[in-house]
Design a protein around this ligand. Structure first.
Ligand SMILES: [Zn+2]
Length: 386
């Protein structure tokens, strides 16, 4: 084997060891050798490299199985920190996490305008605020992940956002130039799907759908534990699936799109009058008081979601669907209407075997998805590109 090949094998082994330590820490060198099949001297030399890189540290001594008590190894989750930001239509929500995804800090700022210029200015302000709180650590800020409700292509360029009307915006270069760290841009539903898959309601499902129901509807698709982005990064735009071919025209140019009926925006529009604004709190209170108009609107919301989700389930046959929406998370009746609608429209072989779950990470699902993408890229580079 030549030196280049030997180095490559070393790096692969290191990556394998780090993955085992991440999943099974605290763990001894002997256990690592047993689990990976690598011999003890390889484990020992690669672990010492990982320790020099501050990614692994020794915890102390574990239980003895007869001989000398083994030293246990831990992953150093405080070796660096990651920033994840969910850019909404009228807000930005940012979090700072350690390398295991624990949130140290969360900041939300309102967007006075959704134009790219104003949004970029507020984003830079938010990132500076989060950076100023990073504890001292070997790597400091390892990267920034940002998601937006719109089309993001394979080069992480923002091609189009239907609600704030951005066209061809290169936030990746702007933020990379400003902060000198790797920047990742992703579609918001993809980010949320990844967050729920890594940390949330869908941790144990290899095939899952995440539906983000807000101003529009986007879905994130996880197949065999991996995010499915499609050929150009535009998968999951199912809010624009036709559910009424004679329906009203949508901003996308199609007619009768699912999100015109089943988005949160549609729910609020059905409750609002010209001179009465409706808030989440109003919906909660009116539902408690059994207000007929509110209960009907919630039933319709569940009905239309069930109609569209039936198409999604027929297409992907997932094990679970995670629904991200504040109203669904606080009004369990909506989820049961969706469940009934899906059951009445599908063969029981499909409908009885899929779990419909409210999001467990709530509004932080997309930002957490982004910090875990940032961390994965960092650990990949740390073990593969020295
Ligand atoms: Zn549409």
């Amino acid at each position: 084997m030549d030196i280049a090949d030997q180095n490559f094998v070393k790096k692969i082994n290191q990556k394998l060891l780090l993955k085992e330590i991440l999943q099974h820490a605290p763990i001894s060198r002997a256990k690592l050798s047993e689990r990976t099949g690598l011999n003890k001297s390889t484990v020992s030399s690669q672990v010492s490299t990982l320790m020099k890189e501050h990614l692994v540290y020794e915890l102390g001594q574990g239980e003895s199985s007869g001989g000398r008590r083994p030293v246990l190894l831990m992953f150093n989750k405080r070796a660096g920190y990651s920033i994840g930001i969910d850019v909404g239509v009228d807000y930005v929500n940012g979090i700072l996490t350690d390398l295991e995804g624990s949130i140290l800090l969360e900041e939300q700022l309102k967007l006075p305008s959704s134009s790219p210029g104003v949004t970029t200015r507020i984003l830079i302000e938010l990132i500076q605020q989060l950076i100023s709180q990073i504890p001292s650590s070997p790597y400091g800020l390892i990267g920034i992940g940002l998601c937006i409700p719109g089309l993001v292509d394979a080069d992480e360029q923002i091609v189009f956002t239907p609600h704030s009307k951005w066209k061809n915006v290169d936030l990746k270069t702007t933020l990379q130039d400003t902060f000198q760290v790797p920047v990742f841009i992703e579609n918001e539903a993809n980010a949320g799907a990844y967050g729920e898959k890594i940390f949330g309601a869908a941790k144990h499902y290899e095939h899952l759908i995440y539906a983000s129901i807000g101003t529009g509807i986007g879905i994130g698709i996880i197949i065999n534990h991996h995010l499915y982005r499609g050929a150009y990064g535009f998968s999951g735009e199912m809010g624009h699936m036709t559910i009424d071919f004679n329906g009203p025209t949508c901003s996308c140019g199609n007619r009768g799109c699912w999100e015109l009926y089943a988005s949160e925006k549609a729910l609020f529009q059905s409750l609002q009058t010209k001179d009465q604004h409706v808030s989440y709190q109003d919906i909660e209170q009116l539902a408690k008081l059994n207000d007929m108009k509110t209960l009907n609107a919630l039933r319709n919301f569940g009905f239309y979601l069930g109609v569209g989700l039936t198409n999604v389930l027929h297409t992907f046959n997932p094990k679970a669907v995670v629904l991200r929406n504040k109203v669904i998370e606080s009004q369990p009746t909506v989820l049961s209407v969706i469940q009934d609608e899906v059951s009445s429209r599908m063969n029981a072989q499909f409908s009885s075997r899929v779990e419909l779950l409210p999001s467990s990470l709530g509004h932080n699902a997309p930002a957490l998805g982004m910090t875990s993408l940032v961390t994965e890229a960092f650990l990949h580079d740390a073990t593969l590109s020295q």
